[in-house]
Design a protein around this ligand. Structure first.
Ligand SMILES: C[S@@+](CC[C@H](N)C(=O)[O-])C[C@H]1O[C@@H](n2cnc3c(N)ncnc32)[C@H](O)[C@@H]1O
Length: 301
């Protein structure tokens, strides 16, 4: 079955307004399980972990834990942990004497995070909870990290106040949010192709909602953090082709996949051709390669 037919067959389930996915991956229909309260459908989260984390998020996770100066014995919190890539990097560094903890609002992400950590032999505590109501005592953590999560929170001030509450005085906070969408060639190509077809791309614009250094800094300072510094970090991401890139996003990207699900099946080949043409300058021999920029904020409690 063609890629888009599989997507179309499955896109009736969707996400809430924060970009949280409770639905099935469009690309894995055979593995889909019914969505129920006790057992979430994990296919989108599995796709996120297998195709998007290694290509896009893994490198930045390592940068975040270095920035937070995570070391043996520390108690580290990863907020909006997704499938746990940052929590896993932290666990490697804080070791058995320390503790790595992950929180995410999406039960499917948490289920996959637990399975991956177990497979890798890492002891990590995972909690399914909102960043607005962290289930921890005051001063429970020596460092807190949030990789590409804050921009989705409906109550950003409340979430930062919660982080402030659960961190010990002096603890380091590190937050990453994408820079302007125009600097992320792959997403910009898709947003442009969607909007030229008059398809609402708001779910693909959402990852870039906290691109402004000043806005990010003000939010964090407003929650009572000090020594706030923000810089931009660029990394190159690689996919086998523009088509593989678009299909990866359609399968597993929180929020952005919802925008792609709005492309009518009959328009998919034309849409893909437009994205491929836009990304031609980034195509290298046998693969696609483009830079992505992320803001990296560090602060002290
Ligand atoms: C782009 S993913 C990033 C996941 C992870 N930090 C990583 O680097 O792979 C954004 C995550 O934010 C989570 N999220 C969105 N709103 C949230 C909220 N209010 N509280 C906790 N997590 C939230 C989503 O469920 C999703 O897993």
């Amino acid at each position: 079955m063609a890629f888009w037919s599989r997507c179309a067959a499955q896109r009736s389930n969707d996400a809430d307004s924060s970009g949280v996915i409770f639905a099935a991956s469009p690309a894995k229909p055979k593995r889909r399980t019914p969505v129920s309260e006790s057992k979430p459908d994990t296919s989108a989260a599995e796709a996120y972990e297998s195709v998007i984390v290694p290509t896009v998020f893994r490198d930045w996770a390592e940068i975040l834990v270095r920035e937070a100066q995570v070391e043996e014995g520390m108690r580290v919190l990863d907020v909006a942990c997704g499938t746990g890539v940052v929590a896993r990097c932290a666990a490697q560094l804080c070791g058995a004497r320390g503790r790595s903890t992950g929180v995410d609002i999406d039960p499917a992400m948490i289920e996959v995070a637990r399975a991956v950590s177990h497979k890798e032999g890492l002891q990590i505590d995972y909690h399914c909870a909102s960043a607005s109501e962290l289930p921890f005592e005051p001063a429970s953590f020596d460092a807190a990290l949030c990789q590409q999560g804050l921009q989705y929170f409906p109550e950003k001030e409340k979430a930062l106040a919660e982080l402030h509450r659960v961190m010990r005085p002096g603890a380091r906070l590190v937050v990453a949010t994408w820079t302007q969408m125009q600097q992320c060639a792959g997403h910009w190509a898709m947003i442009d192709a969607l909007e030229r077809r008059n398809i609402d791309a708001k779910d693909m614009r959402k990852p870039f909602a906290l691109s402004d250094h000043g806005v990010l800094r003000e939010l964090v300072e407003g929650a009572g953090f000090g020594h706030v510094a923000v810089r931009t970090v660029q990394r190159v991401v690689r996919f086998p082709s523009a088509k593989a890139f678009v299909e990866s996003i359609a399968q597993g990207a929180p929020s952005s996949r919802l925008a792609l699900a709005k492309v009518p099946a009959a328009e998919w080949p034309g849409f893909l051709a437009k994205v491929e043409a836009h990304l031609e300058p980034w195509s290298r021999s046998g693969h696609l390669e483009f830079p992505m920029g992320s803001n990296l904020l560090s602060a002290r409690r």
